[in-house]
Ligand binder design. Structure first.
Ligand SMILES: [Zn+2]
Length: 170
């Protein structure tokens, strides 16, 4: 368990990297939150920190409906699973990604973006570009590199390159 000052500083910053490391119990409202909860910050004297939701519930607190603190582990697992799928040899269509990890598409897009700082589509795009670049650096022909990187058509690659401000010749 991290110390109270570090925990409180993380709450004040709404630091997402601490989500899943502890929960913030608010004694006056009877709820507990993940550190990054977007709700207005409680007064410090009303706050107690708990290792997880189980500890917070043991003293009678309820999980916040806004930040869903008990979903952190499940969310993190789903994002890791989605990354693995996207990084695999046969990534699912983006429309099927959320379903593949057990989430509704809109909800999962938000979770993924929060965790990775980009949408699944951007993630896949940067992954493909990095692969194509690596293949070309390794001496493969442009055509071979594109297909190996998972581009069905070269126009798709040109569109991705343009999206990151790179010309195909570059
Ligand atoms: Zn909350």
């Amino acid at each position: 368990m991290i110390d109270n000052d570090t925990a409180w500083a993380a709450v004040m910053r709404r630091d997402r990297t601490y989500d899943g490391h502890f929960v913030t119990g608010v004694l006056t409202t009877g709820i507990y939150c993940r550190p990054s909860c977007a709700a207005r910050h409680p007064a410090r004297e009303n706050v107690r920190f708990f290792r997880d939701g189980t500890e917070a519930r043991a003293v009678g607190l309820r999980g916040c409906k806004r930040c869903l603190p008990d979903d952190v582990t499940r969310d993190q697992k789903a994002v890791a699973q989605a990354r693995a799928l996207l990084e695999g040899d046969d990534p699912p269509a983006l429309a099927e990604l959320a379903t593949a990890v057990g989430y509704a598409p809109q909800h999962f897009a938000r979770i993924f973006r929060r965790a990775e700082g980009m949408t699944p589509a951007c993630f896949l795009r940067s992954l493909r570009l990095a692969r194509a670049q690596a293949a070309m650096t390794g001496g493969a022909s442009v055509t071979d590199a594109l297909y190996d990187a998972g581009y069905a058509t070269s126009s798709r690659f040109y569109a991705d390159s343009a999206a990151i401000g790179m010309t195909p010749s570059a």
